[in-house]
Write a protein that binds this ligand. Structure first.
Ligand SMILES: C[S@@+](CC[C@H](N)C(=O)[O-])C[C@H]1O[C@@H](n2cnc3c(N)ncnc32)[C@H](O)[C@@H]1O
Length: 208
């Protein structure tokens, strides 16, 4: 990832759509001086803050700021924007099209990145096995699962996994944790054998 982002000094980072189960902001502190961890639903802010604080030293925790933001009504520009598992929910299949997804990405890059800045997206992928996860709530409410060809051209792209399509830990507690570990081990071994993957990561850059 560092190789894809180059030697640029990143001052301001923004996480969009952080959640109580997972936030990228602590990892972003390794890339940017100051990171804004934003949630869509302000009610989730205390849980997100508490989770992050437990993971960080006091000094690092002070470099995080917490806000509530809607990616469709952003104001400001950042060097680095990261969002994980957000696009598929904002652009549910019955409410929007792939053109809307592309328009959102273009808008974030052109209107909210500093020149030379980077947008990193992590999204759920559609695999041949995705339908097996429906009973566990996957694709509930028309959540959009992506194929690689659904994304616009990126500076870098990575994909991984076949079974790591959802978090069992958030639904089944410690049993789910063990299940996630087992699915991850399977994915580490067998991912290279599959063409369609469960997680897609893209790095988009704004022209300097
Ligand atoms: C599946 S959760 C992912 C949460 C977290 N990023 C993670 O990976 O665990 C989807 C997130 O998108 C957020 N979200 C939904 N609509 C949004 C919007 N318009 N702008 C920003 N975030 C949004 C939700 O509040 C939720 O936190």
């Amino acid at each position: 990832m560092r190789r894809d982002l180059g030697a640029r000094h990143w001052v301001r980072g923004l996480e969009l759509g952080a959640g109580p189960q997972s936030s990228m902001a602590p990892l972003m502190l390794a890339l940017a001086d100051q990171v804004e961890c934003s949630v869509y639903d302000p009610a989730t802010l205390p849980a997100v803050r508490e989770r992050n604080t437990q993971l960080l030293t006091t000094d690092d925790a002070q470099r995080l700021q917490y806000t509530s933001r809607d990616l469709r009504a952003l104001e400001g520009r950042w060097d680095l924007i990261v969002m994980k598992s957000v696009l598929g929910g904002v652009h549910r299949e019955h409410q929007s099209t792939l053109s809307d997804v592309h328009a959102t990405l273009k808008h974030l890059i052109e209107d909210h990145l500093q020149p030379g800045g980077a947008l990193i997206t992590l999204d759920n992928g559609c695999t041949g096995l995705s339908s097996l996860f429906a009973p566990f709530g996957a694709r509930r409410n028309g959540w959009r699962f992506f194929e690689e060809r659904d994304f616009p051209e990126a500076q870098a792209r990575y994909s991984f996994g076949v079974l790591s399509n959802f978090s069992a830990a958030t639904r089944l507690g410690w049993v789910g944790h063990r299940l996630d570990d087992a699915l991850y081990a399977f994915d580490l071994m067998f991912s290279p054998l599959f063409r369609r993957h469960a997680v897609h990561l893209h790095v988009y850059r704004r022209e300097p």
